[in-house]
Design a protein around this ligand. Structure first.
Ligand code: ATP
Ligand code: MG
Length: 271
């Protein structure tokens, strides 16, 4: 995937004063795929997303997005991406439709009204489109936020914790949206703390821990890191949560010799 990678991250380092957050992060994201970056609170997920979306400069290393270098070609990178931040960027006073029209106008697109109506339809917000966003539920607001980030059809989108705080149905709606985007050829890099979200969505999952990527693989590859445990009459595969907690350690310590502990942990959770 070398020349085909939509996102390429090589040796990225970032410190805030004394606090070294990223200590050499490497990964590639294939075009049209969904890549999940998993990590605990404070692992540096948002920091990395901010570097890739040119909002923050790395101290060392290189990254390219859509073939453009994030440091020297920031303008080209920005034209190739959209970013849905960890906190919804919707204007509460405006209606859903007005929010969309505003962004379309800011992007100098023709027919902003038609673009807004199309997105309202795609995100099941047509009926709510004429109401102020302040009256929306968290899930509706999140969908509007994602809809706003799709204006102009960027080939690459960054979603920083897209479903944090949403109820299960709203999360499923957002997952559906993300899957449709990837189907349409958009490359998606999302961060999440929800392990089931990564299981549901991601073609590849990378675990960011103590400043580096400690594992990067498909769900099947990550699960294969731990042996399946025999539990009574049922053979249970380890869940991604068990893989994650074993790799990261329940206390946040990385434990590289924990395969057998994980098997034991899996055994305790018989269904
Ligand atoms: N501007 C800043 N100045 C100083 N420290 C910062 C700054 N931004 C982030 N940090 C610190 O860097 C570390 C990584 O933060 P970051 O927001 O990237 O983590 P995260 O993985 O996104 O966490 P969360 O899951 O809570 O969103 C944290 O310890 C945070 O306190
Ligand atoms: Mg964050």
């Amino acid at each position: 995937m070398s020349t085909e990678a939509a996102i390429r991250v090589q040796g990225i380092e970032k410190a805030y004063g004394e606090l070294s957050v990223l200590r050499g992060v490497d990964f590639d994201v294939a075009r049209g795929s969904i890549f999940a970056l998993l990590g605990s609170n404070g692992a540096g997920k948002t920091t990395l997303v901010r570097i890739l979306s040119t909002l923050l400069k790395a101290d060392a290393g290189a990254a390219s997005v859509h073939g453009f270098d994030v440091a020297s070609q920031a303008g080209d990178v920005r034209e190739s991406i959209s970013l849905t931040g960890q906190f919804a960027a919707v204007d509460e006073v405006l209606t859903g439709r007005e929010n969309l029209v505003l962004i379309a106008k800011l992007r100098h697109l023709k027919n902003p009204g038609a673009i807004a109506d199309d997105l309202l339809g795609r995100f099941s917000l047509t009926d709510a489109g004429s109401r102020p966003a302040s009256t929306y539920s968290g899930g509706m607001r999140r969908r509007l936020d994602i809809a706003m980030s799709l204006i102009g059809n960027p080939p690459i989108i960054f979603l920083d914790e897209p479903t944090t705080g949403l109820d299960p149905q709203a999360r499923i709606d957002v997952w559906q949206t993300v899957k449709q985007l990837a189907h349409g050829g958009t490359t998606v890099l999302l961060t999440t703390q929800y392990l089931d979200e990564a299981e549901q969505l991601a073609d590849r999952i990378a675990i960011l821990h103590r400043g580096t990527i400690i594992q990067n693989g498909t769900l099947a590859e990550l699960k294969a890191l731990l042996p399946a445990a025999k539990v009574e009459y049922v053979e249970k595969q380890p869940t991604l949560e068990e893989v994650f907690l074993t790799l990261v350690g329940e206390t946040g310590e990385t434990d590289t010799t924990a395969g057998t502990d994980a098997a034991a942990a899996a055994g305790k959770e018989s269904r």
